[in-house]
Design a protein around this ligand. Structure first.
Ligand code: AHR
Length: 613
């Protein structure tokens, strides 16, 4: 039930979890020099961008023409700098061809004061064809804002491309892989699923710039980058250098999900671009290509290696299937146009892949109520899972704890696919405060109590980079070196780590605990650990002694544990300086019988785990 929503927003992928340190490594951004500058005294004409249309997705490269007398070099600024650590190893790599021999590369890693903190040399052979080369070197200091100088030495003519710098230590030490600390914080949540790749980037600002999974698999130098949907002014922030290079593509998303024990939940474009942008819509008679993308994705994920897409999966390193069971069609699309396109997908998918559950997007209206039109149609269509989104104030989350108590049990299930409590923002965007997190904890008691109908839930967005974000609050914040979980992360993690297999009714004064006296509760039994797990939110500034009843035949069998997040000040938040200001505190607890009395701290979220027989 408890999963994560991944989107390349706020430098979540490029400049974030994808550990590449060089920005615009293949000169394919709209402005090919973005992220780069020529170093001093580099003569005009010695470094030129050339375009070879035959190389299709990666047509541009850097042409070097150099005579001995000149100094020629270029510098990359990284994604808001490059995060490097003293003593850590880095690998510089590139693709090149050298038509006229005699050139070599000298690399310098600089700190923010331009002091050299790492150096390496790379000889280049005489090659007519593109070839790979790489060299490793160690950083001599730690900085979040390093830069890379690439000096070209000797005399000759060459073309350079895919100029790249990665730490050698990545998640599972995969070459050109993911930032280890950022994956670890996700793995620590033990999420049940990873939804990817968004969000609005599924839709794109227009259809040409929609997320097309086929362009994100295969050799990375052949993946065609596009402008990120979040390369736009949002929250009064402009991120003009935001592109998707797709080093983190669909194969890597599947692998990430598998690595952390989660189900992969891909969402595909339904033939509609983002309705907050151009809202471009593909005519129904041209929708086949989009539906074929879905069929081919299922083949890529699940089919044998004797199929074209299954073979590509195997060639990329994963002959075993990824066991895809769910597929999202569309993200926050609405209107009859969405229903028509969804119906076309549904018809084909049901016919060819009845084993795949379809997730359809419903969203919420500004008041937080369901889009009635969509909801009705989606239920009529017997869509397997309806994806609802809510970005609302804490008060909405508190009153929403009963949202699904009377929901129709027959038919579609609910995926609370994007949610976050947004505190008021007098001076700008919301922060992820304890107030936001505690109101989410209260709301989630309602999702857990209704887990028979709400089968999946994920907070959004996942990551925010302190030096380059469009949207706040986010679940996890990073800079180029560090990562921390917000109070909302701590809440999500407690739900995810202490989930159950069966819902157990929990009452206070014979009623569900959904906000009376500002208290909220849910309970589950976990048949794997043989524990009763009770979650309790006290949304009062005072401690509360409460008696509540649990309806179970099982008997408490010994001492239990109590894990608590609490702070009397709702405005506190975690930060890079104080990453664990809100963190779980654990204690033993002794409770007996069916009527349980407990004292709850002011503004607290408590998980009580009791062994039962
Ligand atoms: O999570 C940020 C954005 O919110 C998502 O991209 C979109 O689906 C929603 O509007």
């Amino acid at each position: 039930m408890w999963g994560i929503f991944f989107e390349d927003i706020n430098l979540g992928a490029d400049g974030g979890i994808y550990a590449e340190l060089v920005k615009n490594r293949s000169f394919e951004f709209d402005n090919p020099w973005m992220g780069w500058k020529k170093l001093e005294n580099t003569p005009e004409g010695s470094l030129l961008i050339v375009n070879d249309a035959k190389r299709k997705a990666n047509a541009r490269s850097l042409q070097v023409n150099k005579e001995t007398a000149f100094k020629v070099g270029l510098q990359n600024e990284g994604f808001r700098g490059m995060g490097v650590r003293q003593g850590a190893d880095y690998v510089f790599s590139l693709l090149y061809k050298q038509q006229q021999p005699g050139l070599s590369l000298r690399l310098e890693l600089l700190d923010e004061n331009n002091a050299v903190i790492g150096e390496a040399k790379l000889a280049m052979e005489n090659r007519e064809d593109w070839q790979n080369a790489s060299v490793n070197f160690t950083a001599g200091a730690t900085t979040a804002h390093a830069k890379l100088n690439i000096w070209i030495e000797g005399a000759g003519a060459a073309e350079l491309d895919m100029l790249s710098l990665f730490p050698t230590e990545t998640w599972k030490n995969r070459p050109k892989g993911l930032r280890k600390d950022m994956v670890q914080i996700l793995a620590d949540m033990k999420p049940g699923f990873v939804r990817f790749p968004g969000g609005c980037i599924v839709e794109g600002r227009d259809l040409a710039n929609r997320f097309q999974w086929k362009k994100t698999v295969g050799p990375i130098e052949e993946r065609e980058l596009i402008i990120n949907r979040w390369n736009t002014e949002f929250n009064h922030r402009l991120t003009p250098d935001y592109f998707q290079t797709f080093g983190l593509g669909f194969y890597e998303y599947f692998l990430l999900a598998e690595d952390i024990g989660a189900k992969a939940v891909p969402i595909l474009n339904c033939g509609m671009a983002c309705q907050f942008n151009t809202g471009e819509i593909v005519p129904l008679d041209e929708l086949d290509e989009y539906i074929q993308d879905a069929l081919d994705l299922i083949e890529f994920a699940n089919a044998g290696t004797d199929t074209p897409w299954g073979k590509l999966r195997a060639d990329m390193g994963h002959p075993e299937p990824f066991h895809l069971t769910m597929l999202g069609v569309g993200n926050e699309n609405w209107g009859p146009q969405y229903i028509e396109r969804l119906a076309a997908f549904q018809k084909v998918l049901h016919e060819k892949h009845p084993e795949i559950a379809i997730i359809a997007s419903s969203g919420t209206d500004p008041e937080g109520e369901r889009f009635d039109f969509l909801d009705e149609r989606l239920r009529e269509m017997q869509i397997d899972i309806i994806d609802e989104h809510y970005y609302r104030p804490p008060s909405w989350f508190l009153s929403g704890a009963a949202r699904y108590d009377n929901y129709d049990r027959k038919g579609s299930k609910i995926f609370a696919g994007e949610y976050a409590s947004h505190t008021t923002r007098p001076n700008g965007p919301g922060r992820s405060t304890w107030e936001a997190a505690l109101s989410e904890a209260a709301f989630l008691t309602g999702l857990e109590r209704n887990a028979d109908v709400v089968t999946m839930a994920s907070y959004a967005p996942l990551f925010g980079h302190v030096d380059g974000w469009q949207w706040s609050p986010d679940l996890i914040w990073v800079d180029n070196l560090n990562v921390y979980g917000t109070p909302s992360y701590q809440v999500q993690k407690l739900y995810s780590l202490h989930k159950g297999t069966d819902i157990i009714p929990i009452k206070r004064n014979q009623q569900n605990v959904v906000g009376q006296d500002s208290l909220y509760a849910s309970a589950v039994y976990d048949e794997i650990s043989k524990e009763l797990v009770i979650k309790f939110v006290n949304y009062n500034s005072e401690p509360v002694d409460a008696i509540f009843q649990i309806d179970t035949k099982r008997k408490i069998n010994g001492l239990g544990s109590r894990i608590m997040l609490a702070n009397a000040d709702l405005d506190v938040a975690n930060s890079l300086d104080e990453p664990l200001k809100i963190q779980p505190q654990q204690a033993e607890v002794a409770l007996k019988g069916k009527s349980l009395a407990q004292s709850f701290a002011p503004y607290s979220f408590t998980v009580i785990k009791l062994p039962v027989k």
